[in-house]
Design a protein around this ligand. Structure first.
Ligand code: 3H9
Length: 714
């Protein structure tokens, strides 16, 4: 054994070639935490002084190396530029030392090699991988750029144009594509990986391969002329900037860093990369996107713990076909759980099956699914008009119309058919789960399962715990949601649950502004500039004006403070049957374009309609619009946390990100409050308190502000 650490071991193979094995103790994956980087430096020095004939970098885990340790980023980034410069400088020294070893080197990539993991592989002379391996640079998704030499070595190896695409898009690249683009040198079978790496080293030693020439490519400027490079980057940058948008600076910065570096020496290019990294690491976007990764991991571990040991649902059912039922049935069948789709009318079943068929056809058309798989998926959905077919289901999702008495009678009927221990979940967006539970003899086995539309695309499922819901019911429902590929968040029952309870105060602030004479188009623009995928008027059209009117009534009945007290523009649209996208007209008009997509257009009659229910049009500053909408939304999020509707700040914020499209780079409502500062947030709210209780901070929030606490330090 040449080296034995807690993350790395190096031994000599019988061929005299050193095998460096990454196997970080106590971790499910290899990653570049501080310990691993330190040991890599030490092991490289030992190898340099040894008699080894070559080096193979390999992993004892199923992943190769997942990158730098993201869990260290928040602390590291907060230490400021000098500490980051120092950290990257030391990593650069280690990777350069590997690249400069006086012997041939090969990375044997057995699994995921992302970010720093692939940067290590690029420091080696050659890269051989399994077909199942995945490589790439996802750093921009964290708001940063590759900082261990990725922007330096990749363009030299595969060309600037391809490197721009790899790094600015942050995609995971399957090994076959990486091989075709020359980022890998070979793909081999599982049992041949180390032997293949050894063969490459032997070829280097016997002169069939020139590893020093290989190195020279990676350490010299690219061979193109300055004019060619200037033209290439000039045309790439606007496209990258357009694709990433103003709120996500990392992709463009990464491209600018490459532009600065490709004609430099290795050392010069590494400096450009490091300075670009430091610039991005100081942004709130990077801090929030890193927190998004940590939040995802938190949600995954929480739902794992909640559903531990729960038997897999082998047969499910959905009551009520149509778009929602069809979407749930499709998702269940797609993910391998056969499902019965029951309706009272053949027309409903036809609609549901049609929805599922349309969804599989789209996948087939995009080449993402074979026709055999498509047939299998459709075959595992059983449309039925008879309750007997539902009897064997272990979990049934009731997804009939959003009407309390209809739901209650369907639930009672259903309970008399299914097994004693079957789980019954209601897909409702607003109706109290406790109220619906009164229809059942065994409310223990009942909970809410709120899917978002369109089901296949929306990642969130709210799992709603009623007062009587048992732990086992929550566990099975969480497990089923996970098996559908969704992210479940467990919330306690209240009108609107988590997501709609927060959305409707935001819509309320919108309606109030319009009532006071604000232009809804300005409101949409301001909120889109803030980072929302669509402004509130557009969102209302997408959600459906009728749905919004119904849900607003439920919310106002549940929380007196949400009562608007006036006829809103939404009410007016509803009264004349303009229901948004579904009817072709709402705040905007919608027409089908040549690609079959709905296109938003001005509604020529909207201004006179709004004028009939609001004050005369007057000017509002962009900041007032943004403040009033965000204060309403953030304060309701605070109340949900304080009322115990949701257990943690992370779950509240992720509910908004995954369910509403809250801009990720802002991290969520509570994170937004943290970043503004709790005291500053309360002061801002106080400047609008005359607008009523929806914009008034809670006593606990004020106490937290006084105590200098924050939601994410709790
Ligand atoms: C980088 O490298 C920057 C450099 O250029 C240098 C800059 C100067 N750090 O998701 P999973 C853990 S930036 C720490 O459940 P999957 C994860 O927490 C980094 N931990 O499995 C979990 O832990 P546990 C670039 C990480 O199969 C376990 O691994 N790299 C990291 O669904 C399994 O993860 C990335 O952005 C990490 N980097 O997906 C990759 N990655 O077992 C981010 C994973 O305790 N990661 N963990 O619950 C991913 O995309 C996915 O996790 C991956 C596996 C595809 C790797």
């Amino acid at each position: 054994m040449l080296f034995s650490g807690q993350a790395i071991k190096v031994s000599l193979l019988p061929s005299g070639i050193a095998q460096l094995i990454f196997d970080l103790e106590g971790s499910s994956v290899n990653k570049f935490d501080r310990l691993t980087m330190k040991e890599l430096g030490e092991a490289t020095a030992v190898i340099g002084k040894s008699d080894a004939r070559g080096v193979i970098f390999s992993s004892a885990k199923s992943t190769f190396i997942v990158g730098a340790d993201i869990t260290e980023f928040t602390g590291l980034f907060a230490t400021g530029p000098e500490a980051i410069r120092d950290w990257i400088g030391r990593a650069n020294e280690v990777f350069n030392a590997i690249e400069d070893l006086p012997l041939p080197t090969v990375a044997a990539i057995n699994g995921v090699a992302l970010g720093g993991g692939f940067e290590l592989a690029l420091s080696a002379d050659y890269r051989v991988a399994l077909e199942s391996a995945v490589v790439g640079f996802p750093e921009v998704k964290l708001g940063i750029l590759p900082g261990f030499g990725g922007t330096v070595r990749l363009p030299r190896l595969i060309g600037s144009e391809k490197a721009i695409a790899w790094i600015s898009q942050g995609s995971h690249i399957p090994s076959k594509i990486a091989l075709a683009e020359r980022a890998l040198d070979a793909i081999v079978a599982n049992d041949d990986l180390i032997a293949a790496a050894e063969r490459i080293i032997e070829d280097c030693l016997n002169g069939s391969l020139d590893y020093t020439a290989q190195r020279a490519i990676k350490t010299s400027p690219v061979p193109e002329s300055p004019e060619t490079i200037a033209a290439l980057f000039m045309s790439a940058k606007p496209a990258v900037a357009k694709a990433s948008g103003t709120h996500y600076p990392a992709p463009l910065t990464a491209v600018e860093v490459m532009e600065k570096g490709v004609l430099e020496s290795r050392a010069g290019a590494l400096v450009a990369e490091r300075e670009g990294f430091i610039q991005l690491a100081g942004t709130s976007t990077a801090a929030n996107l890193v927190q998004m990764f940590l939040n995802d991991q938190f949600l995954a571990s929480k739902s794992r713990a909640l559903s531990k040991g729960v038997p897999v649902i082998s047969k499910a059912a959905v009551l009520g076909a149509g778009i929602m039922g069809g979407g749930i049935a499709y998702q269940s069948a797609l993910r391998g759980t056969p499902i019965v789709m029951k309706d009272i009318a053949q027309a409903g079943l036809d609609l549901g099956m049609n929805e599922a068929q349309t969804l599989v056809a789209k996948q087939v058309k995009r080449g993402k699914m074979t026709t055999e798989s498509a047939d299998k998926i459709i075959g595992s959905i059983t449309p039925s008009l008879a309750y007997e077919d539902v009897a064997g289901a272990e979990l049934v999702v009731e997804a009939v119309v959003e009407n309390e008495s209809v739901k209650k009678s369907v639930l009672a009927e259903l309970e008399s058919v299914v097994a004693e221990d079957a789980i019954i979940a209601t897909n409702t967006s607003t109706i109290s789960v406790d109220c619906l539970a009164t229809a059942l003899n065994k409310p223990k086995r009942f909970c809410g399962m709120h899917f978002f539309n369109p089901v296949p695309l929306m990642p969130l499922v709210e799992v709603i715990r009623g007062q009587e819901t048992s732990k086992e019911t929550i566990a099975s429902t969480v497990a089923y949601a996970k098996s559908l590929g969704k992210t479940p968040i467990v919330v306690n029952n209240c009108p609107g649950f988590l997501v709609n309870r927060i959305l409707f105060p935001y819509f309320g602030a919108f309606s109030t502004l319009v009532y006071e004479g604000a232009d809804f188009r300005q409101i949409d623009r301001v909120m889109e500039e803030f980072g929302w995928p669509m402004g509130p008027a557009y969102l209302l059209d997408v959600v459906g004006i009728d749905t919004a009117v119904h849900a607003q009534a439920v919310m106002a009945a549940g929380f007196a403070r949400m009562e608007l007290g006036f006829e809103s523009a939404i009410d007016k649209l509803y009264s004349q049957g303009d229901l948004g996208q579904k009817s072709g007209r709402g705040f905007y008009d919608y027409v089908v374009d040549e690609n079959g997509r709905l296109k938003k257009q001005p509604n020529p009659e909207i201004d006179s309609l709004i004028a009939s229910v609001s004050a005369k049009r007057r000017n509002f500053s962009d900041s007032e619009i943004r403040d009033r909408l965000m204060l309403a939304l953030c304060l309701e999020t605070v109340r949900c946390l304080e009322d115990g509707i949701v257990e943690t700040a992370i779950e509240a914020d992720m509910g908004l990100v995954l369910g509403l499209g809250f801009p990720k780079f802002r991290g969520g409502a509570l994170r937004f409050i943290d970043q503004l500062g709790l005291t500053e947030f309360c002061e801002l709210a106080d400047s609008y308190t005359h607008h009523g209780p929806m914009l008034t901070p809670t006593a606990k929030l004020r106490e937290m502000a006084k105590a200098k606490l924050s939601y994410y330090s709790e």
